[in-house]
Design a binder for this molecule. Structure first.
Ligand code: AMP
Length: 305
């Protein structure tokens, strides 16, 4: 295990759900890293051993589209995670560089994300909180998933480290309806929402509370019932008084998207019933990806790097 003193902090690069992220240099190797600090002040017994065990497992999760966790350090009542450093997150790119999202880049990003998710699911690890803020990009066309496994280790809190409300926009309907049995399909729903956002240039379902999020989903996809989603009425937060919305057409930008095969894949991802939602592995085989081309350069907004 390395020591926290071996890292010199250069500056803060972000604040996420669990803590602050610093850009730092490993003074022994000269390598730049991202150092994530998770304060454990509320843990009277110190760092929970389950957290250490779970996080240590993530060190072995090696994949080209997953941010590599190099090390875990316990120091000053905090848990530090030493990560591979990337340039910026997808949220910043969506906010500041809308023009980069060509059909070719959208396809390449989608494939890389599916590949990474399929790998995690194969290793029985769910993300549960995928969102543009924890997808990181570089100028060579790579996109990598961050924070895999953390939601399980620490639970998804209602508020982030900064007291902001944790975004619900990418959350699967079964989670919003209170399911206790999370399945791999929760990550596919989030990915579908991110996919749509790259095309729409705005979030697909931007709810401001759990019920508003559910209603936004139901208004477009239709309110689920036992016919289309067997078992839905047994979920803890399913209300018999939900308005009975009928499915509406998807947004025009999605229906008229120039890459015609996209729509079919998108519809197989955005299925309310988690058991009928396509898996990451099967999605990678979809005809939409038959003509995928690598993207080797993306012009990132320089002021944000
Ligand atoms: P997180 O707690 O992972 O959501 O991180 C908060 C923010 O810090 C992210 O939205 C990124 O902007 C930034 N960040 C996190 N990890 C890295 C990393 N490995 N490389 C570059 N930026 C990062």
């Amino acid at each position: 295990m390395c020591s926290i003193n071996q890292f010199r902090r250069i500056g803060k690069i972000g604040e996420g759900t669990y803590g602050v992220v610093f850009k730092a240099v490993d003074v022994e190797s000269g390598k730049m890293v991202a150092l994530k600090r998770i304060r454990l002040e509320n843990e009277s017994e110190g760092v929970p051993s389950t957290a250490i065990r779970e996080i240590s497992l993530l060190k072995d999760l090696k994949h080209p589209s997953i941010i590599q966790l190099y090390d875990v350090i316990i120091a000053d009542a905090s848990l530090y995670m030493v990560f591979e450093l990337l340039s910026m997150d997808l949220k910043k790119l969506l906010d500041k560089a809308k023009e980069v999202f060509t059909p070719k880049l959208v396809k390449s990003y989608m494939f890389q994300m599916l590949d990474a998710i399929s790998f995690c699911h194969l290793n029985r690890i769910l993300h549960r909180d995928l969102k543009p803020q924890n997808l990181l990009v570089d100028e060579y066309g790579h996109i990598k998933l961050a924070d895999f496994g953390l939601a399980r280790t620490f639970n998804i809190p209602m508020r982030a480290y900064t007291h902001e409300v944790v975004t619900l926009w990418y959350r699967a309907p079964e989670i919003l309806l209170g399911t206790k049995l999370y399945a791999t399909s929760v990550d596919l729903w989030s990915l579908g929402c991110i996919f749509a956002e790259m095309i729409l240039q705005k979030p697909l379902f931007a709810g401001d509370s759990e019920i508003d999020q559910l209603y936004k989903i139901f208004q477009m996809m239709g309110t689920p019932n036992e016919m289309i989603w067997p078992g839905v009425s047994q979920l803890p937060d399913f209300g018999l008084k939900f308005p009975n919305w009928k499915p509406q057409p998807l947004p025009t930008l999605i229906l008229s998207y120039q890459d015609k095969d996209f729509l079919d894949l998108f519809k197989q991802i955005m299925v309310l019933d988690p058991y009928k939602r396509i898996s990451a592995k099967n999605a990678m085989q979809h005809i939409y990806f038959r003509n995928i081309e690598p993207v080797s350069h993306v012009s990132l907004p320089l002021d944000l790097i």
